[in-house]
Design a protein around this ligand. Structure first.
Ligand SMILES: [Ca+2]
Ligand SMILES: [Ca+2]
Ligand SMILES: [Ca+2]
Length: 209
C-alpha cells in the first residue's frame, strides 16, 4: 500500500510539475520598422575610408531629398571634362579627378531633380571650385559629351570666390536613372571635400549606396 501511494505521489508530482514549470518563450527584442522619414536615417557605414557615399537617407529608401558626400583624392579616376554646356571638351579641365553619385527614379512619370554642390555639412559654401554634370542614364569618362544633359560651374549657392558651387537640374524618365559627376574646374586632386544636395519637387528617388 505504501509503495502504491508513493508511486501515485510520484506520478502526481511528475504530472503536476511537468507542464507547469515550462517557462514562457523569451520575448524577442523586437525592432521597430525603419522609418520612412529620410531625416531619421543617417547613412553612415556605407562609405569607404575617405567617407565616400555618406549622406542622409538609407540607400534604397525612396525619398524627395538626399545628400551624399565625398572627397576628391589622388586615388580617384580622372577624365577630360566638358564645358558646362556638356557640348565639347574643356581646354582647362583636362585630367580632372571625379566622383559619381547614381540616382534612380521611383516614379512612373518623369521626375525633375535638382542637385547642388556644397561643402560637407555647410550648405552655403564650397571648399573648392566645383563642377557638376548630369548624365542620363550613364556616364562614360572616355565619352563625356554624348549623354550629358546638364552641367554647371558657378551657379550654385556660393557663386563667387575660389569655392564657387554648382547646380544642375535634370529630368529623369519614368523609372530611369541619372549619374551625377562631381569634379573640379581644373587641376589634380588635393583632398577636396564635397557634398551633393539633391531635391525632387515631383516624385521619389533612391540614391545608390
Ligand atoms: Ca573620391
Ligand atoms: Ca564652380
Ligand atoms: Ca568656376
Amino acid at each position: 500500500m505504501r509503495t502504491l501511494l508513493a508511486t501515485a505521489s510520484l506520478v502526481f508530482l511528475l504530472a503536476a510539475c511537468g507542464p507547469a514549470v515550462v517557462a514562457p518563450p523569451p520575448v524577442e527584442d523586437e525592432r521597430l520598422p525603419l522609418p520612412e522619414d529620410p531625416a531619421e536615417g543617417k547613412g553612415e557605414g556605407e562609405g569607404e575610408g575617405e567617407g565616400e557615399g555618406e549622406g542622409e537617407g538609407d540607400p534604397g529608401v525612396p525619398v524627395t531629398q538626399a545628400t551624399r558626400s565625398g572627397i576628391l583624392t589622388t586615388s580617384d579616376p580622372t577624365y577630360d571634362r566638358t564645358l558646362q554646356t556638356g557640348a565639347t571638351l574643356s581646354a582647362a579641365g583636362g585630367d580632372v579627378p571625379y566622383d559619381t553619385v547614381r540616382v534612380a527614379s521611383a516614379s512612373e512619370v518623369e521626375l525633375t531633380l535638382t542637385a547642388e554642390t556644397s561643402a560637407p555639412g555647410a550648405p552655403t559654401t564650397c571648399a573648392f571650385d566645383t563642377m557638376l554634370f548630369a548624365y542620363v542614364p550613364d556616364f562614360s569618362p572616355t565619352n563625356a559629351v554624348t549623354t550629358c544633359t546638364d552641367g554647371d560651374d558657378d551657379s550654385g549657392v556660393a557663386s563667387t570666390g575660389p569655392g564657387a558651387c554648382s547646380v544642375v537640374s535634370v529630368t529623369i524618365p519614368p523609372r530611369g536613372t541619372v549619374t551625377f559627376v562631381v569634379t573640379k574646374f581644373s587641376g589634380g586632386a588635393t583632398g577636396d571635400p564635397w557634398q551633393l544636395n539633391m531635391t525632387s519637387s515631383d516624385g521619389l528617388f533612391t540614391v545608390a549606396p
